[in-house]
Design a protein around this ligand. Sequence first.
Ligand code: BGC
Length: 919
Amino acid sequence: MKPVLTLTLLVALLGAWPPASAAGTAPTLTRLRTEYKENPLGIDARQPRFSWELSSTERGVMQSAYEIRVALSEPLLAKRPIWTTGRVTSDSSIHHAYAGPALESRRRYFWQVRVWDGAGQASSWSAPAWFEMGLLAAADWSAKWISPEAQPDPAKPSPSPLLRSTFTISSQVASARAYVSSLGLYELEVNGRKVGDQLFTPGWTSFDTRLQYQTYDVTDLLTRGENAVGISLGDGWYKGTLAWDGNRNIWGDRLGAIAQIEVTYKNGRRQMMATGDAWKASTGPILRSGIYEGEIYDARLEKPGWTRPGYADTGWGRVIVLDTQRKDVLIAPAGPPVRKTLEVKPLKIIKTPHGETVFDMGQNMVGHVRLSVNGPAGTVVTLRHAEILDADGNFYTTNLRKAAQTVTYTLKGGGPEVYEPHFSFQGFRYVAVSGLPSEAALDQVTGVVVHSDTPFTGRFETSDPLINRLQQNIQWAQRGNFLDVPTDCPQRDERLGWTGDAQVFARTAAFNADVAGFFTKWLGDVAADQKPNGSLPHVIPDALSHGKPDGGAGATGWSDATVIVPWTMYLAYGDKQLLERQYDSMKKWVGFMRQQAGDAAVWRTGEHFGDWLAYATTRSDYPGATTDKDLLATAHFAYSAGLLQRMAAVLGRTDDARELAALQARIKEAFNKEFVTPNGRLASNTQTAYVLALAFELLPEPLRAQAAARLAADVKGFDMHLTTGFLGTPYLCRTLSDSGYLDVAYGLLTQKTYPSWLYPVTKGATTIWERWDGIKPDGSLQDPGMNSFNHYAYGAVGAWLYSVVAGLDLDPAEPAYKHILIQPRPGGGLTSASAVLQSMHGEIASAWTLENGALTLNVTVPANTHASVRIPGAKEAAVKEGGAAVGQAPGVRSVRADGDSVVVEVGSGKYSFTCPAAR
Ligand code: BGC
């Protein structure tokens, strides 16, 4: 064995030695992020925030100070930084805002960081990271908004316009950028190649006031001499069919584009090529496209070479300049782009009783099909998409309502053809194919999964395959419904940013993926679309009441997204700036409720969805599950006022905090007077009523225990079933497990009959269903008017799986997992559970097993954080870490008994705790 290996082995065996206080090896710095992104191109935050991770194999590693420096190039970082913090005493490694000289449009900046650990030992400077600014001011846009002169009837879908131009590159290019946006969707090509890997650009926002542009590095696409650029457009959300009643043209009735390619030559000269009146317009093979409709594509109409130099565009029409279209609405994306992230191969080809040829993808997914086909020109292949087969095994599309989600491809002939739709997505597991020139073969269809590319950060697993499938279904529902905005469902004629769905699922979403940027973007639209009276439209961006000053807004539990989502993001990512930015919007919403509730502080007005889709009883021996809407509204009023109070305190707005605390106390009092009997019975004797009263801490202490007992009794009395809808479900298990009814919470989790989380799993679900019984026990289907099989709301139980079953949770007092709470609660017959989370500070893990009468709990605490590890059912003397007495273990700061648990305070590192299992 070589000496170096021996040393490595020795280090591994010694593990955490020497202890934290002694000087060990300084940490290394990794994952440098600017505004949540690694090396982002084209941002517009004027004071971007820097975050980094410390990485170390030692235990108890903390940062005691840091230094950041920023420069105009890598070599200048050491020599001539434009800004440096100097050594700052701080243990914070996230969200440090740049505060140097004003950042300039288009410029790339480099930064790096070094830190000092707890022993005062300095790390090396990190590897440099960079960020590049986009266009910060409307005046940076020389390009003009353009649109084809010839305009089709806006009342109907029409062929996708193509826009093209050419330009000459006269010398060697050092770098080139394209800045692009559109009214409608766009795809950009330069010299015959699609630029970038993003889909559904420029994304979906409150277009009137916020329209994203993308920045692309096109350096490698340019050649000396003539170059060509082309933009194709699709109706998308902006102009296409959206919501119901054939509603179109919500934000505008004319497609358009703006683009500028800026070239910097090696000799320092700069050149700009921009959209303007010299561009030409035509149409091509996309005869129509729509988010719901699908796409009709005739390959015989392709214009080969239209984005290459040398193409003859004689016969193309003119464009006009859209003088009234604003440029000051253009913003850089805060969230991740939509991309293709996975491919799914079909499992089998089915011949249905009706004779359809159907590919089974084996997974309900969102995206599109890549079709491979070979046949004569003019052959028309049709792809229809559905989520399920009906009880007879036939292709079932009734639940799609008016969304055709049908793709039609007409072959050009002459050899193998491969086609993917451009401006539409489909929600499907099954694909019915007709018109193929020969017998269908499995390799002709590939499912392409498309969604906002939020990095998946979380994993959760147990010893129970059904619960694991539930977790996978939650993740698939998240994939399918995070498509630039958080949507309710991805298949029927809806696919809208329903606020209620987003708020109930946000906490779970933040376990599964890094959704900080995704929700930061959406919350910008929430604030932008808020009604003047402070109420919030039901969907954001506002496709349902766009342009109306009021109406279609202000539903309890839905509009509360404006308060709940920022708070949830703050907890998971520690983002105070987001709270600051949303503050006015949150305050306006609480103000709206206050005005509605009046002096009585009981909210009785307005239209509400209530505890949406709660169990509708048909049993005479069950009292029912419909919760009074006034109760729900007043409960959420109190909850949002309370959250806003906490946020005001975080932001140091002490006057507001004081006033909100008083308001919340008044609402609670009113709630108790109006909805709670002196003995603690609620006006609505439903699971949801008790859950919310407990979870939102509305009841006085003496009534809490008996409210919890009533809740548990209700569940048990209904043979261990839940009856909650959208508003009660997210808090159900947590409320039970926090109130001494862990066994009841597990009873619900492991329940396999309707209504329950596992019932759909036993029916073969591969995503979360909208209804507890989308497919009924007898195989018949729920009301097709509303029966989505990909709806994440009930997947909100995911947060409980991570935080209680596996026991990986956060402490609101030290958000972003700066202080981690590891507190697993084994139960439900499980013999193991584990959760892993890539947090802002690094990887956290909590994994327990029960084996041979012993509980083993393996924990990872990232550097620069600390954790309280609660070992359930343990006695201090019996707890070991790494085989030795727990109190002696390096990294362990203290050990104490708390009830029937032992709580160990630890610094960073990997730990393995064991103790005899509780009986
Ligand atoms: C959507 C929901 C939404 C609801 C409002 C439905 O059509 O699909 O998920 O929250 O309307 O109650």
